[in-house]
Ligand binder design. Structure first.
Ligand code: ADP
Length: 400
């Protein structure tokens, strides 16, 4: 079966058409600047043919029409009719407490996703628009599935998701830890169990998704028991532009000193902090590391803080699970930065973690980077959120 995976953002739509018989990408692309001037589509077939065009896309509906044209009629077309698409899987960012697993989309599910936009305004509304636009473009005959970024984290116990503030804010506004990147954490944890040769119910794993956005999850017996992102993706440790956790009193103090609003403070914490805020150089890990190597102290400090904070989270999750069988690194930085992995793993020498530096420099592959006698296995597992979404979609539509 061919499955279309759709990831709708506020002004973009990323997609992949995947052949689930061999898990190969048939085509993928991006509709960009939706609702803005200069909206365009860039599309690439699996055999290398490409199609790009500037197309007026005032809403996501036109983006789905452009995508359909690219797939079925363009110079880089890969199918002759939309009927060849067996199902559509949507990445949905927030499932609140209502969705603890992927589900088939009906009107009620779509409406609930729309209602949850209160918790993730920048993401859930575009996700909802994507579902509506898809129904308009592809009709109701092609089943659609929602795969939620938060769903994997819904198994967290109360002690991990309730914040230390008056309980009424949880009751009134559903303020609690939800986590994010769940599709990625679940995917790499399941791959890791396979690589360990064990059933997921038998293992404890710490998964580190370190990209521009970054989070760490404690996975015990295949279930998330704690995760570093919180009510929003701001919590945890420093990221490209996000601050991670910080003493809230520092924020009220700065807000008073600089006379800034809550919205401005949120913007500073989300867009101007982290690697960018500390280094003053860039939010991009490669730029920061290059500046650090050229002797820029603040860039070196940003790298050091990032690695130190990651190590502290990994350590706390090992404590939370009373041990771990494996540590997994994934996403842009986790998969590609050997120095970060070495520096993080050094903190676990005391419990017998040993890294094979030759293997640690292998890129883009699933690889065990710990030595055979390491007491805890360490892996690089490239994440593949689209394939994970397609697998859930296939399972729901075929009932397998
Ligand atoms: P997101 O999906 O959250 O936007 P990614 O997972 O694509 O982010 O990760 C982007 C980050 O990965 C950037 O900070 C980038 O510098 C870093 N990165 C990518 N390739 C490398 C590399 N070869 N070495 C070090 N860092 C890298």
């Amino acid at each position: 079966m061919k499955i279309l995976v759709a990831n709708a953002g506020s002004s973009s739509l990323k997609y992949q058409l995947i052949d689930m018989d061999n898990e190969q990408v048939i085509a993928k692309g991006l509709c960009d600047k939706i609702g803005l001037s200069g909206s365009n589509i860039s599309h690439k077939a699996g055999d290398g043919r490409t199609y790009a065009a500037e197309i007026d896309m005032p809403t996501h509906a036109e983006a789905f029409e452009a995508l359909m044209f690219a797939l079925t009629e363009s110079d880089a077309k890969v199918i002759s009719s939309p009927k060849e698409i067996g199902a559509i899987g949507h990445r949905v960012v927030h499932g609140g407490t209502f969705f603890n697993k992927s589900c088939l989309i009906d009107d009620a599910v779509a409406e609930k996703i729309n209602e949850l936009k209160e918790l993730a305004p920048l993401h859930n509304y575009p996700n909802y628009l994507g579902i509506v636009a898809c129904t308009k473009t592809f009709g109701k005959d092609i089943p659609q599935v929602a795969v939620f970024d938060t769903a994997f984290h819904q198994t967290m116990p109360e002690k991990a998701y309730i914040f230390g503030i008056p309980y009424e804010y949880f009751e009134k506004y559903a303020v609690r830890r939800y986590g994010a990147h769940g599709t990625s954490h679940k995917y790499v944890a399941e791959r890791c169990a396979e690589l360990l040769g064990k059933d997921k119910s038998e293992v404890k794993i710490v998964t580190c998704h370190i990209g521009n956005g970054a989070s760490i999850t404690a996975v015990d017996k295949g279930e998330c028991v704690d995760t570093s992102m919180g009510f929003t993706p701001l919590d945890g440790f420093i990221m490209g532009t996000r601050s991670g956790g910080i003493d809230p009193s520092a924020l009220t103090y700065i807000a008073e000193k600089e006379n800034i609003s809550a919205a401005e403070m949120s913007n500073i914490l989300n867009k101007k902090s982290g690697l960018l805020g500390i280094s003053g150089v860039s939010s991009d890990n490669r730029d920061v590391s290059a500046a650090a190597q050229n002797g820029n102290h603040r860039a070196a400090l940003a790298n050091e803080i990032q690695r130190y904070q990651i190590a502290k989270f990994v350590g706390s999750y090992i404590a939370a699970m009373n041990g771990t069988d494996a540590i997994v690194f994934t996403a842009g930085i986790g998969e590609n930065d050997p120095v970060l992995r070495t520096e993080v793993c050094k903190h676990f020498e005391y419990m017998g973690v040993k890294i094979d530096e030759e293997k640690n420099h292998i890129r883009g592959e699933e690889v065990e980077i710990s030595t055979p006698d390491s007491k805890v296995k360490v892996y690089i597992i490239p994440t593949n959120e689209e394939l994970a979404i397609a697998k859930d979609t296939l399972a729901l539509v075929t009932g397998k």
